[in-house]
Write a protein that binds this ligand. Structure first.
Ligand code: FBP
Length: 550
């Protein structure tokens, strides 16, 4: 009785699979490509991953069924929620059951810590069926624990051995897939039979490269935000009295903000990567926003909609330097600032950062100072979703307009933050199919003992009959980055490209934004449709279509 009509109806949806997986995991031939290299820092990464470096990319092909024994697998959901996670699990489940009905799937509870501490459930038919095509990660929950110490790895080995696991799939973003690679390497070096595979998840859309066309969840999340933005635009244009400043999730990259702009045509959309490339200081960003507000007011339009990417502050050069110096300082002096109030913390920290950063820190409102000094997450990242950038911009634009002296309009601004409401929406047909296929592909990787791989499904803008499933060695996506005051191997994040092969979404936006600034070109995408004409319910998103030239 707690199931909505939609939830019940969605449970019956049968996600589509690429041709190579349609006849089950045993009917798949593995085609191996050439050896791979990491994207940079090759020597260092090779040294860190002696067993799993240089593996080939693999593609699956439908073939005659071969024999295979029942599989024992574990699955972990890691990091922020993303629509479609349950369908990855469903794909793994159906994949291993296609090998043998005696195959078993364990779901580790609460993220990587569930694996470390041996907290799990066994997933059966009833449990699985209750979560098919459902949003959220609530079947087994998620967590952000980073598996990085030898002690943790050894605990994972004990759990894997106790459950006699053939493979573990870690469903996560760039950091979590890095965890998967590190764990897989460790397992192999210790002669443990369990393979570790990854699966590309994150609404942020920044886990992609030549081979990963998109991370799952992005499509559904942006559609959810775009629906809400469209509704706000219609309200703004009806009342014509408010400016709406909407911060959109995406820890670092601006893919979500850019895609939402392409779907809705706002008056302003800031792109962090552009701000950085143009070396715009905070005051330049404020001037750019104030110019649009000013020009619209001159036309009698005291309303509008502005989209602000969540990661913006880190990309503004002077603020970005401050944030990384703060991270470094906080990592080294944690105990000394514990318990101090904001002013006292600022005082102390100013002595540990550069003079320029100290100046920027002091110029910010106390609320933002406090938010910038919040504890980093276990991966060493600033928790940007807790920083109220949209409020900071409103305040500073207000000041700037006042300082101009000749602003005759009204600037009445409201702030919004769209983040969590998009992360657990019921997956769009695209995400439902993509995730199920990724999960099924992971079962094939497990069946074939492929350690250190990420499951992949490509050609996704070309119609399901052309989707290509396979696996990618995780080490090929790695480079070395500074995290939490130390050099770490991590998967390179894909940011919005301003130029180069993947720049079509930005260029499409850049060619239209001046027109959108002046006018009300607002476009209303409406809610995600699950049934109806294919052009409505199987639609993907502008980003992937423009990037892939579809
Ligand atoms: P992942 O990278 O783990 O997928 O998480 C993405 C994200 O939703 C970001 O957009 C956001 O900054 C962050 O998670 C919020 O984290 P939390 O859920 O811990 O508040």
């Amino acid at each position: 009785e707690n199931l909505s009509v939609l939830t019940k109806a969605r449970q019956a949806y049968q996600p589509k699979l690429p041709v190579s997986l349609k006849n089950g995991a045993l009917s798949v031939k593995i085609n191996k490509g050439a050896a791979t290299e990491s994207v940079s820092d090759q020597a260092k990464i090779k040294e860190l991953f002696p067993n799993t470096y240089g593996l080939p990319v693999v593609q699956f092909e439908a073939a005659e069924a071969k024999a295979g024994k029942a599989l024992r697998m574990g699955v972990v959901l890691s990091g922020g929620q993303a629509p479609g996670g349950h369908n990855v699990i469903a794909g793994i489940y159906d994949g291993i059951k296609s090998v043998s009905k005696d195959s078993v799937l364990f779901g580790f509870l609460g993220g990587p810590s569930g694996l470390e501490n041996g907290k799990y459930i066994e997933i059966d038919d009833a449990k699985m069926d209750a979560y098919r095509n459902a949003g959220g990660f609530d079947m087994i929950q998620s967590g952000r624990t980073k598996l990085e110490t030898e002690e943790q790895f050894n605990k994972c080995i004990a759990v894997a051995n106790k459950l006699d696991l053939d493979a573990i799939v870690i469903i996560g973003g760039d950091d979590s897939n890095t965890n998967a690679a590190v764990l897989g390497e460790y397992f192999q070096s210790k002669g443990v039979k369990t393979c570790v595979c990854g699966c590309p998840k994150t609404i942020d859309g920044d886990l992609k490269n030549e081979f990963i066309e998109t991370s799952f969840g992005f499509d559904t999340a942006v559609k959810t935000y775009s629906e809400l933005i469209g509704n706000i635009m219609r309200d703004a244009n009806s009342a014509q009295k408010y400016w709406h400043f909407i911060k959109l999730m995406g820890r670092s990259a601006s893919h979500i903000a850019l895609e939402a702009a392409l779907q809705t045509h706002p008056n302003i959309c800031l792109i962090s990567e552009e701000v950085k490339a143009k070396q715009m200081k905070l005051k330049d960003v404020i001037k750019q926003v104030a110019d649009v507000v000013y020009a619209r007011a001159a036309q009698g339009k005291n309303f509008g909609v502005a989209l602000i990417p969540e990661g913006l502050l880190e990309f503004i050069p002077d603020v970005g330097v401050l944030i990384s110096e703060l991270s470094e300082a906080l990592a080294h002096h944690e105990a000394e600032v514990e318990g101090l109030d904001t002013a006292a913390k600022v005082e102390k920290l100013c002595a540990w950062v550069s003079a320029e950063s100290a100046e920027v820190l002091k110029s910010l409102p106390a609320g933002i100072q406090a938010q910038l000094m919040l504890e980093r997450d276990s991966h060493g990242n600033v928790q940007v979703s807790l920083i109220e950038t949209e409020k900071l911009i409103i305040e500073m634009v207000k000041k700037e307009l006042k300082n101009r002296g000749d602003f005759k309009g009204k600037f009445s601004a409201l702030n919004h933050f769209f983040g969590y409401e998009g992360r657990c929406a019921a997956p769009s047909n695209f995400d439902a199919d993509y995730c199920y296929s990724l999960g099924f592909a992971a079962s094939v990787l497990a069946l074939n003992g492929m350690n250190g791989y990420m499951s992949s499904v490509r050609n996704v803008t070309k119609g399901i009959e052309n989707w290509v499933a396979g696996g990618l060695p995780i080490t090929m996506m790695m480079n070395i980055e500074r995290r939490h005051g130390a050099d770490k191997p991590v998967i390179r994040k894909a940011l919005v490209e301003l130029d180069g092969p993947m720049s079509a979404p930005f260029k499409y936006f850049a060619a239209r934004r001046d027109e959108w600034a002046k006018t009300e070109s607002y476009t209303y995408p409406g809610p995600i449709q699950y049934w109806g004409p294919s052009e409505v319910c199987d639609i993907t998103n502008f980003t992937i279509k423009l990037e892939r030239g579809a």
